[in-house]
Design a protein around this ligand. Structure first.
Ligand code: DGT
Ligand code: CA
Ligand code: CA
Ligand code: ZN
Length: 596
């Protein structure tokens, strides 16, 4: 059978890898070639046609793809390899790449550590620090040793098993699933394990296939371009390692057993153990093949997860909840939250256009794409003036407001709020001035720098932003970047309390690198009565599709749909937005909200 799917995702992933490794090689993300590969990755990912069907001249004619990159794409499509990439992979294995993500390091400093001390992994670095070996190097001292060890610990990077941030694991899994879905005889396919539960870091990728003929899909799997080494191959299970250093397990089961296998391999282990106890109470057993009677072996349920949960007398539990943190009890009592799903989302309230220095699409392109996604209301939130490289001046903001007003008729049925992403400075001050801020329909305020301030200082500045009448939401609250930047230290309880008191939402940032607030914070906040807003923070049209990841992150936080303001109908949402502003109507100076 011919492969119906396009190879765009695969080629985009290869170009991104090439950009990353070139950055390590050349020492700067601004290097010309790094930017060229990055732009090309974005361009290929956004293509409407299959990159594999395009001629070299069509490739070069595509915006974002230069001549030399087009050649590399051609090389890859023809041979499955890019010579330069192969060379860079040798130079920079995955353990080395991980080192460069540690805050305070970076390509150049890691190169020094590698040359001077032979450090090639986080564990090497840890040992060297314990032996106080770094301080002998120029540019390093006892202080940097201490900072690095703290970062390693706060990010959970040391130890035997390297875990991969979901940002890097998920695209690989989706690419493999897409590639194998069209193989002859495949009836169902999904990724399972921690990835399906949407954990923020992934040990290994588990892929499950239902097929009557196992050989075809197994052969195709071992032959994928993403595979570096085969660790083991068998009739029902094979394991490989990708070029990015991730292990992938593929299991092929009989279609009749797919539900039982999916349940088992989705886990978590703790959740499985609890389910098995429920089965035993009924004199049944539950394993990866079926739920069945102990005595007779007769199968009670096995084809779908739904039938197994039903037979066990509990309601269906969505994968992100399966951690044995109360979901079994809640499913027995019928008290599971009414989880939010992608089709509940009616608005995206954190969207950048090319008015932000790091935005890539025009206002009209973003709005077209939002309208195509059926949004009932949106907030355009380019950076405020304080982010010097990226932000917009007052004049630019006012011009944008006018432009939006002029577009209102073009997007009937979609209310466009003119907003701003404000920067919270060291003291908690925001961009512009009070009156100018009150002129926006909607504001998100976020921390973009000074991640090292102490807990009191961080908490104080975030509270100040929450208490500002123009601020409707706090963007990416903790500033974390999974696997590479720890969350800022904050008194989360105080933040939640102030959010509740002022009617300010906490954002669930959908970017896979952020997923901020984290599920635990989302759970605590909503239990305490706070509202959330799930926002893409898109800087490209493509990133608008990230909404689904924020939704899954909120599910993992047990968030009830009613707590998510952008699931509300437009009227309810707009009333809520207006409420905080009118609370302070007529005030000319910053009101003192300390007492709230
Ligand atoms: P990871 O890979 O460390 O991010 O986490 P998981 O949850 O993907 O774990 P993994 O890959 O070791 O196994 C996949 C699933 O298989 C796991 O979530 C539950 C199931 N499983 C694995 N080992 C056991 C076990 O010893 N007992 C039970 N009940 N289930 C297991
Ligand atoms: Ca796994
Ligand atoms: Ca596994
Ligand atoms: Zn933003």
């Amino acid at each position: 059978m011919l492969r119906a799917m396009s190879r765009n995702r695969e080629v985009a992933r290869v170009l991104s890898e090439l950009a990353l490794l070139t950055e390590l090689d050349e020492g700067s993300p601004q290097a010309f070639r790094v930017r060229a590969y990055d732009n090309a990755a974005r361009a290929v990912d956004g293509l409407a046609t299959d990159v594999a069907s395009m001629s070299p001249s069509q490739l070069v004619a595509t915006k974002g793809i230069g001549k030399s990159t087009a050649q590399k794409i051609g090389e890859y499509l023809e041979s499955g390899k890019i010579a330069k990439l192969e060379r860079l992979r040798e130079l920079f294995p995955p353990a080395y790449v991980e080192l460069t993500r540690i805050p305070g390091l970076g390509p150049k400093r890691v190169a020094v550590l590698h040359e001077e001390l032979g450090i090639g992994s986080v564990d090497d670095l840890r040992q060297a620090i314990e032996q106080q070996a770094l301080r002998a190097l120029a540019g390093f001292g006892p202080k940097s040793e201490e900072k690095l060890i703290q970062a390693i610990e706060r990010l959970g990077l040391s130890g035997k098993e390297r875990r991969t941030p979901i940002e890097h694991a998920l695209p690989v899994a989706r690419e493999i699933v897409a590639a194998l879905a069209s193989v002859e005889g495949v009836e169902s396919i999904e990724y399972a394990g921690s990835l399906r539960r949407f954990r923020e870091t992934i040990g290994d990728i588990d892929i499950l296939v239902a097929a009557r003929d196992r050989n075809a899909v197994m052969a195709e799997f071992l032959d994928l371009a993403v595979v570096k080494d085969v660790l083991g191959k068998g009739e029902t299970k094979s394991s490989v390692v990708t070029h990015g250093g991730m292990q992938v397990d593929l299991r092929v089961v009989d279609p009749d057993q797919y539900g039982a296998a999916l349940l088992y391999f989705t886990g978590s282990k703790a959740h499985n153990i609890r389910l098995r106890q429920l089965a035993l109470e009924r004199d049944w057993t539950l394993n990866e093949y079926a739920l069945s009677e102990v005595e007779s072996g007769k199968v009670v349920a096995s084809k779908t997860e739904e039938t197994i949960y039903e037979a066990l007398g509990v309601s269906f539990i969505e994968p992100p909840l399966r951690e044995d943190t109360g979901e079994i009890e809640a499913a027995q009592d019928g008290t599971l939250p009414d989880l939010v799903h992608l089709d509940d989302i009616k608005g995206d309230l954190h969207v950048h256009t090319d008015l932000s220095g790091d935005g890539h699409a025009t206002l009209e392109d973003m709005l077209d794409a939002l309208a195509a996604r059926g949004m009932a209301y949106v907030g355009i939130t380019d950076h405020g003036e304080d982010l010097r490289i990226n932000g917009a001046s007052r004049g630019q903001m006012l011009a944008q407001r006018k432009r939006i007003a002029g577009l209102a008729n073009r997007y009937e049925g979609m209310r466009i709020l003119h907003g701003c992403e404000l920067n919270i400075d060291r003291e908690g001050n925001l961009d512009y001035d009070h009156d100018f801020l009150m002129g926006f329909d909607w504001c998100v305020a976020s921390v973009h720098s000074l991640f090292d301030l102490d807990r009191d200082a961080q908490t104080r500045r975030v509270l100040a932003a929450i208490r500002h009448p123009a601020v409707n939401a706090i963007g990416h609250l903790t500033g974390r970047q999974i696997g590479s930047r720890p969350d800022i230290e904050l008194d989360i309880d105080q933040v939640i309390e102030a959010a509740v008191a002022t009617g300010t939402a906490l954002e669930v940032n959908c970017h896979l690198r952020r997923l901020d607030v984290a599920p635990e914070v989302a759970r605590r906040a909503t239990e305490a009565g706070a509202y959330l807003v799930i926002s893409t923070d898109a800087h490209t049209v493509r990133e608008l599709d990230q909404m689904r990841w924020g939704v899954l992150n909120a599910e993992r936080g047990w968030v009830d749909k009613s707590r998510v303001v952008n699931t509300w109908p437009a009227d309810q949402f707009l009333n809520w937005v207006g409420a905080k502003r009118t609370m302070y109507a007529g005030t000319t100076a910053e009101p003192d909200l300390e007492g709230l």
